[in-house]
Design a protein around this ligand. Structure first.
Ligand SMILES: [Zn+2]
Ligand SMILES: [Zn+2]
Length: 323
C-alpha cells in the first residue's frame, strides 16, 4: 500500500517557556491538594501505557510555564527537562503544574455564557407539551451527537497535520502530544485544559445567539447543549485519565453508569497506533464506529483523494509514537 508521509507530520519543534505568575488561588488549591494527597491511599505503579509515554513533546505545553516554589521552602522546583511520571504527579505537592490564565478563562466563560443565554432563551419559548417533548428528544439526541462529533474531531486531529497546521495546529499538537505524555492532562486547571476547544467554538456560539430569534426553542436548546457537551468533552477526557482518589464521587458515579467515558474505556485508545476509541463524551459510539470500520473507510477515502495517509497507518513501533 502506498503511504505518503506529509511534511506536516514532522515532529514539532521544541517549545519555549515563559515566566510563571503565582496566584493566591493557586496557592490555596496547592495547600488543599497537599492535604488530600497526603490522606490518599497508596497508588498503584504507573501502567504500561503510562510508562510508554515520556517525551520531548512538551510542545503541547508551549502556552504554559512551570511554577516556581511559592515560598522559599524546602520544596524543590519542578524539573523542566524531565516530564514526571503519573506516580510523581499524584505524589507531588504541586499537582497543578499548568494553571489557567485570564485568557483561558475568557475563552471558556465567554463561550459558556453565550451558549447558556441561547439555551435559556430557547427554554423560554417552550410553552406546551409538544415543544417540551421535542426539547427532551433533542437533548438526548444532542448528547449522543456530541459523543459522535468528538470521535470525528479526535480522529482528525490525531491523524492529520501537526502544530504548524493553520487554524487548528494548536489543537493538533495538543492531541498528538497527549499520546506521548498522557498524564499531563491531569495537571491542568479546568480552563487551561478546555480552552483550546472552547476558543474555536466562541464564534459559533455567538452566531447561535444572534440567530436565536428565528429558531424554534427546542432546536436552540439542543444546539446549545450539544455544542457545550462537545467542548466539555476535554474535561470528561481529563477525568478519564484520573484515578478514583482524584475524582468527586458524582463523576465516578457518572463514569460507572456509562454517562461519561470511563478510565478503562478511554484507556483502550492509548495504545499505539491510536486507531480507535476516539469518542470522549460517553464513548457510546466507540464500538459502533470501531467495529464497523468507519474510520478505516474514511481514511481510505482521504488517502484516495489527497494521497495523505493517517498517522494510525504507521506501525505501532513507529518513531512517530515514541517520545
Ligand atoms: Zn488520541
Ligand atoms: Zn487520553
Amino acid at each position: 500500500m502506498l503511504r505518503t508521509r506529509a511534511t506536516l507530520w514532522q515532529p514539532c519543534s521544541p517549545s519555549t517557556t515563559s515566566g510563571f505568575l503565582c496566584q493566591p488561588s493557586l496557592w490555596k488549591r496547592q495547600q488543599s491538594n497537599r492535604g488530600r494527597l497526603q490522606a490518599a491511599p497508596a497508588i498503584a505503579p504507573p501502567t504500561e501505557e503510562v510508562a510508554v509515554a515520556q517525551t520531548d513533546a512538551t510542545d503541547i505545553l508551549s502556552d504554559v510555564s512551570f511554577p516556581k516554589p511559592v515560598t522559599p521552602s524546602t520544596r524543590a522546583p519542578l524539573a523542566r527537562s524531565r516530564p514526571r511520571t503519573q506516580q510523581e504527579v499524584e505524589d507531588s505537592d504541586d499537582p497543578v503544574r499548568f494553571p489557567s490564565t485570564w485568557e483561558h478563562r475568557a475563552w471558556v466563560w465567554g463561550t459558556l455564557t453565550l451558549l447558556s443565554a441561547t439555551a435559556a432563551l430557547g427554554l423560554a419559548k417552550v410553552d406546551d407539551w409538544s415543544d417540551g417533548f421535542a426539547t427532551a428528544v433533542t437533548l438526548v439526541a444532542g448528547y449522543y451527537l456530541a459523543d459522535f462529533l468528538t470521535g470525528i474531531y479526535h480522529w482528525s486531529v490525531d491523524n492529520y497535520g501537526d502544530g504548524s497546521t493553520p487554524v487548528v495546529g494548536e489543537q493538533i499538537a495538543a492531541f498528538q502530544g497527549h499520546h506521548k505524555e498522557p498524564w499531563t492532562i491531569t495537571e491542568r486547571e479546568f480552563c487551561n485544559n478546555v480552552h483550546k476547544v472552547f476558543k474555536p467554538a466562541l464564534s459559533f456560539a455567538g452566531l447561535l445567539l444572534v440567530a436565536s430569534p428565528w429558531l424554534p426553542g427546542w432546536l436552540q436548546v439542543g444546539l446549545a447543549v450539544t455544542t457545550g457537551l462537545t467542548c466539555m468533552s476535554q474535561q470528561f477526557h481529563a477525568w478519564a485519565h484520573m484515578k478514583g482518589s482524584q475524582l468527586p464521587a458524582s463523576v465516578i458515579a457518572l463514569q460507572e453508569a456509562g454517562v461519561l467515558v470511563s478510565r478503562k474505556a478511554h484507556g483502550a485508545h492509548h495504545t499505539a497506533p491510536f486507531e480507535g476509541n476516539y469518542c470522549i463524551v460517553s464513548g457510546a459510539w466507540n464500538p459502533v464506529l470501531d467495529n464497523s470500520g468507519f474510520f478505516r473507510q474514511l481514511e481510505k477515502l482521504v488517502h484516495a483523494r489527497t494521497g495523505v495517509a493517517p498517522r494510525c497507518w504507521e506501525p505501532a513501533d513507529s518513531p512517530l509514537f515514541k517520545r
